[in-house]
Write a protein that binds this ligand. Structure first.
Ligand SMILES: C[S@@+](CC[C@H](N)C(=O)[O-])C[C@H]1O[C@@H](n2cnc3c(N)ncnc32)[C@H](O)[C@@H]1O
Length: 425
């Protein structure tokens, strides 16, 4: 497709949708949605980007559905004000439509800005539909000039990721989808903190028997910290979300336990104390930290918080096994709700070879009208990706377990998790 053809495709989308402007985003480096085309925007602003789950295009990517935002829609998510400041262009309403390839993998998002008459509504996505094939083709065409532009913009994107810790992951990265259920209620069936603490006890007894000081990274509501304190360890927990910290403190207080909980960003912390073991459970390295840049920074902080030959324990979802145990684009019943009181269904959607979205639907068994769907973007990681990440950060891998059951060997095809134990070198 040459430049003229590209211009023709985009111009006809604009005319047919009655948009004043259009922006075409493509999923690219660091899992960001990069502008492949944005009319009215020149370098140095172009290319700009948004995160999966942030802004209207990011929301369409995360949900995999059409998103409308503007005065007439229910969506109160922000219309990226920074971009308006930079370009001096005022945005009133937006329509974002995800563009998938034939296999249903997300390629990008087309965003129509400011309807020239009235405001956008969901039915306007019908106006985009006839152009989807052409947009798909356009996104599949390699463009070296665009790649160079993205490369140049990458350092500032990384700086942004570094400076802005993500706080909004908790509502499935989403603003309005406030859950009627507490964190502990939603995830009680997914965790067994006592068992997971015993797993750490086993690790520490075998590899660093004199180790006592443990750091629970992104500790959430403190379930693991409490169990470890009960086992006699000296525990510190950090989390970015003050609400989680408050819940954790309450738990410790009720158990009469002395645990330090601090609000800190796992990608930018430095504590006065040193630790014999630092751990992160429940896939934080993949769903809290999506960009490789963030993962590297987190590992650098961990490394400096550890004593000499201190231990690192990281819990990853085993992508290989997950793909065939829970095939994408199909609903899986995770909990029928009989015992736990919450019916839980999950479904995943592959965004590209690096990212997927895990969609969880929670519904109260006794009050079915109480329900919420949360979506978590996740960095897809295979054994070799996790190993490389850890080794490149200055650690030696000691062992990989496939589960928290003691002695669970890792089976690449069937183990649900990849729990790495590594030591600082
Ligand atoms: C999936 S929960 C896991 C909590 C806990 N580790 C568990 O297993 O239950 C992820 C936690 O990461 C926290 N979080 C998100 N971004 C963070 C960041 N940049 N630094 C520290 N904590 C963060 C969230 O507030 C949340 O409590």
């Amino acid at each position: 497709m040459d430049r003229n053809e590209v211009e023709t495709v985009l111009a006809s989308v604009k005319v047919d949708t009655m948009a004043d402007r259009i922006t075409l985003f493509q999923i690219g480096p660091e899992g960001l949605l990069w502008t492949r085309f944005a009319d009215g925007v020149q370098e140095p602003v172009f290319p700009f980007w948004t995160e999966i789950g942030t802004g209207v295009a990011g929301l369409a990517a995360l949900r995999g559905t059409v998103v409308v935002c503007g005065p007439s829609s229910d969506e109160s998510s922000p219309i990226a004000p920074i971009r308006d400041e930079m370009t001096g262009y005022e945005t009133h309403d937006l329509l974002a439509v995800p563009v998938f390839n034939q296999e249903g993998v997300l390629l990008g998002v087309i965003e129509c800005i400011n309807r020239r008459s009235g405001t956008f509504s969901e039915t306007d996505s019908d106006l985009v539909r006839p152009h989807l094939e052409a947009l798909r083709q356009l996104l599949l065409v390699e463009d070296d000039r665009w790649k160079d532009q993205v490369k140049r913009a990458l350092p500032s994107a990384r700086l942004y990721l570094r400076l802005r810790p993500k706080l909004d992951w908790q509502q499935g990265a989403l603003m309005q989808e406030v859950s009627p259920f507490s964190y502990d209620k939603k995830f009680s069936g997914f965790r067994d903190c006592a068992k997971e603490a015993k797993f750490l006890l086993d690790v520490i007894s075998r590899w660093r028997p004199d180790g006592r000081r443990i750091l629970d990274l992104a500790c959430g509501t403190g379930g693991h910290s409490v169990e470890l304190a009960l086992l006699g360890f000296d525990v510190t927990g950090i989390d970015l979300d003050l609400r989680q910290i408050t819940a954790a403190e309450h738990k410790a207080e009720q158990g009469g336990l002395d645990i330090r909980f601090l609000q800190a960003d796992m990608c930018a912390f430095s504590l006065a104390e040193e630790f014999d073991l630092v751990f992160n459970f429940f896939y934080g390295m993949q769903n809290v930290l999506l960009a490789r840049e963030q993962q590297d920074r987190c590992l650098a902080c961990i490394r400096s918080a550890l004593t000499q030959r201190g231990l690192l324990v990281l819990d990853f979802l085993n992508e290989k096994a997950n793909l065939h145990q829970f095939p994408p684009d199909v609903d899986h019943m995770i909990d029928d709700g009989m015992k736990s009181g919450l019916r839980i269904r999950s479904r995943s959607r592959i965004l590209n070879d690096q990212f997927k979205v895990l969609e969880m639907h929670f519904q109260s068994f006794s009050q079915p009208e109480l329900e919420v769907t949360e979506r978590y973007p996740l960095r897809r990681m295979y054994l070799s990706d996790a190993q490389k990440l850890i080794e490149e950060a200055g650690f030696r891998v000691l062992e990989v377990a496939g589960d928290f059951a003691l002695g669970a060997a890792f089976d690449p095809e069937f183990s649900p998790r990849m729990i790495f134990t590594a030591e600082k070198i």
